[in-house]
Structure formats: structure tokens, C-alpha cells
Design a protein. Structure first.
Length: 103
């Protein structure tokens, strides 16, 4: 895979994660559930999606319900992710093509 395809794929995975969180109760879902759906739909092969979570966390679009959880440990510790106000606004505005997230 070349660089553009990898970047496009990563953007699609991040967008999928945000769209799943929108469907969760109060914009919240367990990281394992999100990961299992990504694996089931063939978007990722490794269920530990910490790279994508870290990107969204660093952008300020998601947070974790437990302060001890980090993007690196969210899958192993059964973390629960939720959209932040900034994340909700990002989705409502239709995203930004330069953000690396394909809604």
C-alpha cells in the first residue's frame, strides 16, 4: 500500500470510530465494542486500535470516562470512550478534509 492509500484508510477508520460513538448512548461506547465492529467489518485486522484512538484523543475529539485510561491502554483495560463537545461540533459541521478524518 502506498502512503496515500494508508492515509485514506486511516482517515476512514477514524471516521468510523466517530460515527460509532455518535450512535452510542450519550455519545459513549466501550472501546472493545468499537474495535470488534472494525474487525468484523474488515477495516482493521488487529483489535488494538490505540493509534486511531490516540489521534482522536490528541485532536480533542474523544475522551475516556476513567481518567486512568489512555489511548494506549483503552483496549486492554476495557476503556469507555466518549465524544467531547469539540468532537460533536466537528461531526455536526461535516468535518474538515485536512483533519485526516473521513466522515
Amino acid at each position: 500500500m502506498d502512503f496515500e492509500k494508508v492515509g485514506g484508510h486511516n482517515a476512514a477508520v477514524r471516521g468510523y470510530i466517530l460515527r460509532m460513538l455518535v450512535k452510542g448512548y450519550h455519545n459513549t461506547l466501550a472501546v472493545r465494542r468499537v474495535s470488534n465492529c472494525l474487525v468484523r467489518d474488515g477495516l482493521v485486522s488487529d483489535p488494538d486500535i490505540w493509534e486511531h484512538l490516540k489521534y482522536l484523543y490528541d485532536m480533542g475529539f474523544i475522551e475516556f470516562t476513567n481518567r486512568k485510561i489512555t489511548p494506549d491502554t483503552a483496549y486492554e483495560q476495557d476503556g469507555v470512550a466518549r465524544l467531547t463537545t469539540k468532537g460533536v461540533r466537528f461531526i455536526e459541521n461535516g468535518g474538515d478534509p485536512e483533519s485526516g478524518i473521513d466522515l
